[in-house]
Design a protein around this ligand. Structure first.
Ligand SMILES: [Zn+2]
Length: 255
């Protein structure tokens, strides 16, 4: 129980850091330099303004100094990161040999962080930055090879999905799919390998269709009826990374 609590706190802190990364990627700043400031009044934020999740709740989603609204992105990313850290604990560590399983858990955490950044950035700005996706691709290759996966399988998965997106990009002249999605296809392949990447692709299309339909019906004011494809590819990748075997077995047992 204590482990879960500690991992939740760690997840919240890392989530808070991911928010900063997203913010500074947008601003083109360096990650570590400089103090956190209010985006509206530029007042330096103190310790009590920067506690993940809790500051947002206690400040009632407003800046302490100028009362400007604080985006829901901050607590949501923190919470999601915390939850994913705990899910990974139950999936990779609980009841298993800690020493042999720890590398798998750590790699999962790294992949999760990259996928969260890509998801939020694409959701907000309709863009997947090359420096994020290409770093994730290289890192996923190295880490998965280190964990014993065959590099041929990873490369095949990357090339098939990246190539599939490239094909769509070319025949639609970039209207069906963005260039960033091609690089994200490489990332998916390097994280999931072959044939799991196909399950993620399939799942992303289902998610996209379901959410697209809901958005069409609900028509929330100010929301576009379409979300960028990366916001479906990233959760699909994470779901298949965790439960890909179960999903594939379940799917084939249907027939
Ligand atoms: Zn302020």
């Amino acid at each position: 129980m204590l482990t879960v609590l500690l991992l939740a706190v760690l997840g919240l802190i890392i989530g808070s850091f991911l928010n900063v990364v997203i913010l500074r990627l947008k601003a083109g700043e360096q990650f570590v330099k400089g103090r956190s400031k209010c985006l509206n009044c530029s007042h330096n934020l103190g310790f009590w303004d920067l506690i993940p999740l809790f500051s947002f709740i206690f400040l009632k989603a407003k800046c302490r100094y100028c009362k400007a609204k604080i985006s829901w992105q901050y607590p949501l990313v923190e919470l999601a990161t915390g939850i994913l850290f705990i899910i990974g604990y139950y999936h990779f560590l609980l009841g298993n040999n800690l020493i042999t399983q720890l590398p798998y858990y750590l790699v999962y955490l790294i992949f999760t962080c990259f996928l969260i950044v890509i998801f939020v950035y694409d959701f907000k700005y309709y863009l997947i930055l090359d420096k994020v996706s290409l770093t994730a691709f290289a890192l996923a290759m190295v880490l998965n090879i280190y964990l014993g996966k065959s590099w041929q399988g990873l490369l095949l998965a990357s090339l098939v999905v990246g190539g599939f997106f490239l094909f769509q990009f070319l025949i639609s002249k970039g209207t069906w799919i963005g260039g960033g999605d091609i690089r994200l296809g490489l990332v998916m392949g390097a994280m999931l390998g072959w044939p799991h990447v196909l399950a993620a692709l399939f799942l992303a299309y289902i998610l996209g269709a379901v959410v697209g339909l809901i958005l069409l019906i609900v028509k929330i004011k100010g929301w576009k009826s379409q979300l960028p494809f990366g916001t479906f590819l990233t959760p699909a990748t994470l779901i298949v990374y965790l439960w890909g075997n179960n999903l594939i077995n379940w799917y084939f047992n249907l027939f």
